[in-house]
Design a protein around this ligand. Structure first.
Ligand code: IDP
Ligand code: MG
Length: 134
């Protein structure tokens, strides 16, 4: 395993609920290093770029509506195997099924509002870091 950089984001529901500190604390406690952080509100064009793989899926319109509904906190983290480690700490996509002890498992209930985003591969991380920090 090598040192990787990955992209994560506290989504608008997580910001609204005051979970930014909780998410950062969990990543920091694991030993990951916060490299860059930025608060912004995503517009439709940026949402379509970020979620390009989901264009045309039945939930896509809802997803764009949701992700543009308020500010997000975008972050870059580094560490050994950071991409997979962040995904593990986040838990499964559907919070109703995500394991207790994970961010989604502990704080979420429905798939539409699952608190955090994390890149799913080093290639996605590079692409997404380019969108948010390029
Ligand atoms: P991930 O966030 O765990 O990587 P993806 O499959 O990449 O999951 O989906 C991106 C986001 O789209 C999810 O985090 C969730 O917010 C939303 N999403 C995915 N599948 C569904 C669905 O079946 N219904 C509603 N929203 C969904
Ligand atoms: Mg994904």
């Amino acid at each position: 395993m090598a040192v990787e950089n990955t992209f994560t984001m506290v989504k608008p529901d997580g910001v609204r609920r005051g979970l930014v500190g909780e998410v950062i604390s969990r990543f920091e406690a694991k030993g990951l290093k916060l490299e860059r952080m930025r608060m912004l509100t995503i517009d439709r064009e940026m949402a379509e770029r970020h979620y390009g793989e989901h264009v045309g899926k039945p939930f896509f319109e809802n997803l764009v509506e949701f992700i543009t509904s308020g500010p997000v906190v975008a972050m870059e983290w580094s560490g050994e195997g950071a991409v997979a480690v962040c995904r593990t700490l986040m838990g499964g996509t559907n919070p109703a099924e995500a394991a207790p002890g994970t961010i989604r498992g502990d704080f979420g209930l429905v798939i539409d509002e699952n608190i955090v985003h994390g890149s799913d591969s080093p290639a996605s991380a590079e692409r997404e870091l380019g969108i948010f920090f390029g």
